[in-house]
Design a protein around this ligand. Structure first.
Ligand code: MEV
Length: 441
């Protein structure tokens, strides 16, 4: 067991590594050399990465990939994706190409509001608090002006403050429920700074409110924080085509394909066990774009899944239908994304990702990201209702298995060719590799 350490964050990077080597890796030099192998030789760049978080000892690579051929609202995009799962980028690219020949994707932002709350206790009469709130509302807003000034110039700011009585659920508990528009910023810091200022003004004003008793004057702030639940920050993306333009296979006509596809989505709408996996597949595409563009994928994940459960049952984020001769497939998802602030101006690869997308504003990035999710879901359902998921998945996983066995370039070439017409399974890859290495066995 490692000993408890104090002051670890104050050690130099090399002392931190020494400590880890001594207490976790038995002074094994291999561990140290792995940590150092991932350092960037450009010291300035390394320092930038070191300073993103505390106690950084190395870098953790994820692939930075691109999925070309996306047409969204008649504009062409190559979408950057950061993800480790082998088949995700290939699936997105395949779906992009398929829909490119059928008019591409359509996307629109439906709403852009974000929410933050000051949670507090008030020990007194609700009517008095309501009247106090109405009298100080303007002063509350005015007290945030030094924070909101620049945001207002860009068209954003605090759009609404409400007092909410939550005493039916928790004694004495109320909220300032605030709505924000943050334009091209994700806005977490902006929102939290506004909320902390509102909380402080609320307390100060209460102390001076003559109608309040001594008890009522002492408002107790529990916390002030933005919400990652953003059901009013919604983007919609869709594709449609005539039934004949859908794929057909040996077993399925295009019409049968359409109906099977629609049923697959309906199953995700009514069956939470399926819905979670269905949405996970959507998030494969969404998270990959969110990460590549330097946004907060945990916030996006939390908000998306909460939205999927907004009606009391966890359901699909996508819908599909066949009306007369038209197949329609769409997604509606909350995506509070930013294209300024945060990592966007700091991380060189994030800057590059934004450039690749033509430096979108937040609304455009919401649309692009929703499309990546829809494309991913299309690709997954397409596989699930035809060949099954493993065929494509294992094909893409082949290189991972070969790398596990240190396959040479020549071995990889031979086996990629062999498995282009044979089913990839872990045991078959190992067997074929052994055959190449020991032809006589
Ligand atoms: C795998 O990462 C994602 C899928 O399971 C999604 C789905 O089942 O729809 C293929």
């Amino acid at each position: 067991m490692a000993p408890i350490v104090s002051g670890f964050s104050k050690l130099s990077k090399s002392d931190k590594i020494q400590w880890l080597a001594q207490h976790h890796f038995n002074n094994n030099t291999d561990a140290i050399s792995i940590i150092k192998r991932y350092w960037n030789s450009d010291e300035k760049l390394q320092q930038l990465h070191d300073e993103f978080t505390e106690n950084t000892i190395s870098n953790y690579y994820l692939p930075f990939s691109v999925a070309p051929n996306f047409t969204i609202n008649n504009k062409h995009y190559t979408i950057p994706m950061t993800i480790e799962e082998s088949s995700v980028v290939a699936a997105a690219s395949k779906a992009a190409k398929f829909w490119q020949n059928r008019g591409g994707f359509t996307a629109e932002v439906l709403s852009v509001s974000k929410v933050g709350q000051v949670h507090f206790n008030f020990f007194g009469e609700t009517e008095k608090l309501t009247s106090f709130f109405e009298q100080i509302k303007e002063r509350l807003l005015a007290s945030t002006e030094h924070i909101t000034k620049n945001m207002q110039k860009r068209g954003g700011g605090i759009t609404c403050i409400e007092l909410r009585d939550k005493t039916a659920e928790i004694d004495h508990y109320y909220q300032l429920h605030c709505t924000f528009e943050t334009v091209d910023a994700m806005g977490a810091n902006f929102i939290n700074s506004c909320l902390e200022q509102l909380a402080s003004t609320l307390q100060k004003e209460a102390l001076q409110f003559p109608v309040f008793s001594e008890k009522e004057k002492n408002i107790e702030i529990i916390m002030s924080i933005l919400s990652n639940y953003v059901p009013e920050c919604i983007v919609r993306a869709s594709v449609s085509c005539s039934i004949e333009e859908l794929p057909k296979t040996k077993e399925l006509s295009s019409e049968q394909y359409a109906h099977k596809f629609v049923q697959a989505v309906k199953i995700a709408q009514i069956e939470p066990y399926r819905a979670v996996t269905h949405n996970k597949g959507i998030m494969n595409g969404i998270d990959a774009v969110v990460l590549a563009t330097g946004n907060d994928f945990r916030a996006i994940e939390a908000g998306a899944h909460a939205y999927a459960a907004r009606n009391g049952r966890y359901t699909s984020l996508t819908s599909a239908s066949v009306t007369e001769n038209t197949f329609l497939f769409s997604i509606e998802i909350p995506l509070a994304l930013g294209t300024v602030g945060g990592l966007t101006s700091l991380h060189p690869l994030v800057k590059l990702a934004m450039q690749l997308l033509g430096n979108p504003n937040a609304s455009e990035l919401m649309q692009i990201t929703a499309v990546a999710g829809l494309a991913q879901n299309f690709a997954a359902i397409n596989s699930l209702i035809t060949t099954g998921i493993q065929q494509g998945h294992m094909k893409m996983h082949l290189m991972n298995i070969l790398n596990q066995f240190d396959a040479s370039t020549k071995e990889k070439e031979l086996l990629a060719s062999y498995f282009s017409t044979n089913t990839v399974t872990h045991s078959e890859v190992v067997a074929q590799l052994q055959k190449i290495r020991n032809p006589q066995t």
